[in-house]
Design a protein. Structure first.
Length: 144
């Protein structure tokens, strides 16, 4: 029973993390104009780069999320998703520090302003990616 749980828990966490990033990437891909507006609201990129970021970022979320769901290149996907989560968290914290009252543009479930909930959500994604990456390293360290 314990072996089954040791196998099942990481797989469920991988599936959840992958599905969240696939969903977020699809939402942003399907509404690139809205996503570009959300990027502009952060006032971190020049206006000329907002369209490029809105075109590329959904695929940077979608592809590793889908590959993680399918079980391919897990460590690479987890590194990329962890990096994305860390960058998103830093951007949210910077936006909070600057006092901007904007929609986070996260693409998850519902519209909401930049705030502590979005920061904690990205922190949870970062922690999940880090834990899963560590889990994937365990068999390598044991020589399996």
């Amino acid at each position: 029973m314990a072996r089954r749980l040791n196998w099942m828990i990481p797989r469920l966490l991988e599936a959840s993390l992958g599905a969240i990033f696939v969903y977020a990437g699809l939402q942003k891909h399907w509404r690139p104009e809205e996503f570009a507006e959300a990027i502009l609201a952060y006032r971190l990129l020049p206006p000329g780069l907002a369209g490029l970021a809105a075109a590329v970022l959904p695929w940077v979320e979608l592809c590793p999320g889908a590959l993680l769901l399918l079980g391919f290149k897990k460590r690479s996907c987890l590194l990329l998703l962890g990096l994305l989560s860390g960058v998103f968290m830093a951007v949210l914290l910077l936006t909070l520090a600057r006092g901007l009252k904007i929609d986070c543009g996260c693409g998850l479930f519902f519209q909401r302003q930049v705030g502590l909930a979005a920061v904690l959500e990205d922190g949870l994604f970062l922690a999940a990616a880090a834990a899963l990456y560590w889990w994937e390293l365990k068999p390598v360290a044991r020589g399996q």
